[in-house]
Write a protein of this length. Structure first.
Length: 227
């Protein structure tokens, strides 16, 4: 998929249309229909915080249903209407009071855009604050020119002391940065973005079990935002 390197607004509009078209046509090779093995392990080990967790680029919502528990409210956000429509239909068929979906721009949404059931009583236009954020195949869907925007927004959305879980894919230092999506990532780039530019504390960085086609190209990291 070619993504133009233009004004950020034009890029965002183009991205929205492109992802929506792929969902409408059923061209979603990134969607495995189940949660990543690494996420399943984190859940089983109790490493995913309780409270309110955000999942950007939630797609068809498998992660949200896995993360939504009586002690954890999972909020999925996506810019593609067809993806969110699929999620809301699935939620209607399989109700879960702790799973929620939002059609919005990750970089612009406010507390007022969240469902009433999970909305905090804050002034109009307030930036939401989450206990945790889980990113898998979201950063790699963005052109490299938006990496700083991603890190800045993640830092805005996670409360002080909160957790960021990054399942980093595809790790590849050999491809050009504009070859994607999925655009190539590296551990060094994550560390530069998060620890270097925004002061995140690296709690854990490890190899992980992956879907077969992604084996050897992923690592999982847990970060903590400074108080």
């Amino acid at each position: 998929m070619f993504i133009p390197q233009a004004h950020p607004f034009a890029v965002n509009v183009w991205i929205c249309a492109a992802w929506e078209k792929m969902y409408q046509e059923g061209v979603t090779p990134w969607d495995k229909g189940e949660i990543a093995p690494a996420l399943a392990k984190l859940i089983a080990e109790g490493k995913v915080p309780e409270g309110r967790i955000l999942i950007p680029g939630c797609g068809r919502g498998v992660d949200i249903f896995a993360l939504a528990t009586p002690t954890r409210t999972a909020v999925g956000i996506d810019i593609a209407p067809s993806a969110v429509s699929h999620c809301t239909a699935k939620l209607a068929a399989h109700p879960n009071p702790n799973a929620h979906f939002v059609l919005a721009d990750f970089f612009k949404f406010t507390e007022a855009d969240l469902p009433a059931a999970v909305r905090h009583d804050t002034p109009a236009g307030s930036i939401p604050q989450f206990d945790a954020l889980y990113d898998y195949t979201f950063l790699c869907a963005l052109p490299h020119t938006m990496r700083d925007d991603w890190a800045r927004r993640v830092t805005e959305l996670v409360k002080p002391g909160g957790t960021l879980i990054t399942l980093m894919y595809p790790l590849d230092d050999t491809r050009p940065v504009d070859d994607g999506p999925p655009f190539p990532q590296s551990v060094a780039r994550y560390r530069e973005l998060l620890a270097g530019k925004f002061g995140w504390i690296e709690v854990e960085m490890s190899d992980c079990e992956s879907f077969p086609a992604r084996a050897g190209r992923e690592k999982v990291a847990v970060w903590r935002k400074k108080e």
